[in-house]
Design a protein around this ligand. Structure first.
Ligand SMILES: O=c1[nH]c(=O)c2[nH]c(=O)[nH]c2[nH]1
Length: 285
């Protein structure tokens, strides 16, 4: 029985690229973590140790920095596509290049209510993401948000569920619903568009739907958020969510002679429910 090389890819992970635009006194900042990977026919490198077709991961990292200057970072998607296309071109044995980007947002520091020109404060929490893939058969862009922590203090129930001899969970008519949401949405094509505007609008829709939808379960909330995004954005083919159910349990205050009508909770760490769903268009399964 022969032994052969299976799927493989290689690249530089988590290159931290910070780009300042300083053409005017009012600076702009983009703060990224960039991971690149090439795939293709790299058999000689693995089997014989032949590096002649290997574009070093160090070069991939250098290209990420050079493109931050020469191409600029109008959006993670636009930058990622340019970088992936360049890497594919630079490595003749490659058939595909993937660029994954995480973006960390910075806000201007407010001084007397006015945003400062060149002093920023890191916005905590959520991370903007994109993964672009460029290959001989075309380009694909999947963008997203992660670590978007949201909570609603009412407007959520979980009841009427299947019960067996191991079920102890009581029906909940009014519970806290909280999650650290990760969403990724796949664009139908990679044509140039205002990627930043779509990102902002998807974020707004997801948050507004979370807030305003009465939730019978996290599953139903995810479906509602996905439907709102697909209804508003024809350029998005599908959207996937991963949502840990951050359980909040009512604390028993009876031993202290106190009532607790949905006011004091313990925020549990682990375990957590993990609810995941993709919402897509009928014609795309
Ligand atoms: O929204 C929820 N979905 C579930 O599937 C589930 N299961 C559970 O124990 N609590 C919850 N909550």
């Amino acid at each position: 029985m022969g032994i052969v090389l299976g799927p493989n890819q290689y690249g530089k992970a988590e290159t931290r690229v910070v780009r300042i635009v300083r053409d005017t006194p009012r600076h702009e900042i983009r703060d990224l973590s960039v991971s690149t990977a090439l795939r293709g026919d790299f058999t000689a490198a693995h089997v014989e140790g032949d590096q002649s077709q290997v574009l070093p991961t160090d070069t991939q990292k250098n290209t990420a920095f050079a493109f931050a200057k020469s191409h600029g970072i109008a959006s993670p998607e636009d930058y990622g596509l340019a970088l992936a296309r360049r890497l594919l071109e630079a490595a003749p044995s490659a058939t595909g290049a993937t660029v994954r980007v995480e973006e960390y947002a910075w806000d201007r520091i407010l001084v007397d209510g006015v945003g400062h020109d060149h002093a920023f404060v890191r916005r905590g929490g959520e991370v903007r993401t994109t993964e672009v893939d460029v290959s001989t058969s075309g380009a694909q862009v999947t963008s997203g948000i992660k670590d978007l922590v949201v909570l609603k203090s009412t407007g959520s129930e979980f009841k009427g569920f299947l019960r067996d001899e191991y079920t102890t969970l009581p029906d909940a008519d009014d519970r806290i619903l909280a999650t650290s949401l990760a969403a990724t949405w796949r664009y139908a094509d990679a044509v140039e568009r205002d990627w930043n505007a779509v990102h902002d609008d998807v974020r707004t829709l997801v948050l507004a739907t979370f807030a305003t939808t009465y939730s019978r379960a996290l599953q139903q909330t995810l479906h509602a958020m996905g439907s709102a995004v697909l209804e508003a954005h024809g350029e998005i083919a599908e959207i996937s969510f991963s949502a840990p159910n951050k359980h909040h349990f009512l604390v028993d205050l009876e031993p202290f002679g106190l009532e607790n009508p949905g006011e004091v909770f313990i925020a549990a760490d682990r375990p957590y429910g993990l609810i995941e769903a993709t919402v897509c268009r009928e014609d795309q399964g």
